[in-house]
Write a protein that binds this ligand. Structure first.
Ligand code: NI
Length: 171
């Protein structure tokens, strides 16, 4: 099933998500399937569970946006263990639709996570994938990409969002 994406302003997006302790269950399999489905429906390259209102440390990534099944990545309880270099580029978030800002991130990033069976693995990504590792892991720590912007830019976005909320165009 496709879940609606939770938008900025909902407290679930700004709290620490809970560690997953149960693996290999049909419930988890179904949840992961729903996460991919919800991400594709929203045309995103990454989605964290809090973005569908579920405060658990689970994220899915697919830089091919559904074009290449080999690029599907499930990260459960992920931790960033190495960041090398820097990249500058535009970043957006399904929970803050309509906005994109330049964010400096690591260029090459290694994440350690568990898969659906609870097995621990490490994966290194560069460019967009590195950015996705950082962006999605941030989500699980209650951190949004706008927290990496200058206070000025962040406040501008907050003000615009507040206006949209008042107009009933942000739900
Ligand atoms: Ni996001």
């Amino acid at each position: 099933m496709t879940y609606p994406i939770v938008k900025y302003g909902d407290p679930v997006l700004e709290k620490q998500a809970e560690t997953v302790t149960e693996f290999g269950t049909p419930e988890l399999e179904k949840f992961l399937e729903d996460m991919f489905e919800s991400m594709y429906a929203a045309k995103g390259v990454g989605l964290a569970a809090p973005q569908i209102g579920v405060s658990r440390r689970i994220a899915v990534i697919d830089c091919s946006v559904g074009e290449n099944p080999a690029e599907k990545i499930v990260l459960i309880n992920p931790e960033i263990i190495r960041v090398e270099g820097k990249q500058k580029g535009e970043e957006g978030c399904l929970s803050i639709p309509g906005f994109r800002e330049e964010v400096v991130r690591g260029q090459k990033v290694t994440v350690r996570a568990q898969n659906a069976r609870g097995e621990t693995f490490e994966m290194t990504g560069e460019d967009l994938l590195a950015r996705a590792f950082l962006h999605e892991t941030d989500h699980l720590n209650g951190r949004l990409y706008i927290s990496h912007l200058s206070a000025l830019k962040r406040d501008l976005i907050k003000r615009k969002v507040r206006k949209l909320q008042k107009a009933g165009e942000w739900a």
